[in-house]
Design a protein around this ligand. Sequence first.
Ligand code: PEP
Ligand code: MN
Length: 289
Amino acid sequence: MRVSWHDRFAEAAGVLKSSEHQQTIIKVRDLEIGGSDFILMAGPCSVETQHQILSTAHHVRRRGAHILRGGAFKPRTSPYAFQGHGVEGLKMLAQAREETGLAIVTEVMSEDDVPLVAEYADILQIGSRNMENFTLIEAAARTGRPILLKRGMMATVADLFRSAQLVLDNGNPNVMLCERGIRTFETALRNTFDAAAIALIKQISHLPVIADPSHACGDRDLVPALARTGVAAGADGLIVEVHPNPEKAWSDGDQSLDFAEFDAMVTSLQPFIAVREAALDLWPMEAVG
Ligand code: PEP
Ligand code: MN
C-alpha cells in the first residue's frame, strides 16, 4: 500500500495541510505571503554601501518588488571573504525601507545577534548553512518575526520540514520555506534546483514556499529561466539577487542580475504569474493519500 504523506513526514505533521489548516498566510507590513498575491523579494547578496543598497531598493521597487533582501551578516564559503557590515548594514537596510516602503528580509547567523537583527528586519532569514542550527532557529522563532527558512544544501524535504516544525513548536506560525538548490553529482551549475520540492511543498504543506533561483544556479544567465520554473512549480514568491554592478559585487556577483536583466526577468515572469493565479485552486486542500 502507498505510504501516506502523513506517515512519510510524521515528525513534522504540523507543517502539513489538514482539513483545519489549508494555507498559512503571513502578514508582513501590507503584504500577504502565501495567499493569491505573488511576492517578489529582490536585492543584493550583501549590503555593501549606502548607494548600492538604496539604488537597488529604488530600482526593484519601481519594477514591482515587495521586499528588499540584503545580507548584513554573511555566511561565506571562505572565512577570509567579506563577512558583512553587521549593524551598519542593518541601518542601511532600515533607511532603504524608509525611503521605499519595501519590507526587509535579512539573515541572522548567530543566536547572539537575534535581538539586534529582529529589531531591524521584517523577516528573519535562516540560511542554508544554519538550517539545522536548532538553537538559532528557536531563538529566531521566539522573536515572533516571520521566518524565511532556507533549505540546507544537503537537506532533504523531511529535514526542512522538521526545522519548520521547530519554528511552529516555538509559538511562531509564520514560517516560509525556501528552495535554493541542493548539492548533487551535477557540477555544471552551483547547485541543482529542486523544482519538484517546490511542487511537493505546495501540494502537501500549508506553509508558503519561496524559490531562490540565484543560489540554485549560481549564474545570472540561468536565473530568469529558473525563476519562471519556480513560479510554474507553485512558488508563492521569489527571492532574487540584484546588484547595480554585478562585476564589482563583494559577494555572489556571478549570479546577480543587473538592473536591465532584472527588468527583463520581471517582464518574462508576467505570463507565469498570471497562470499561477489562475491555477491556485489546482493545489489540493489536504495532504491526504
Ligand atoms: C543568501 O541568501 O545570500 C545566502 C547566503 O543564501 P544561502 O543560505 O541559501 O546560501
Ligand atoms: Mn548570496
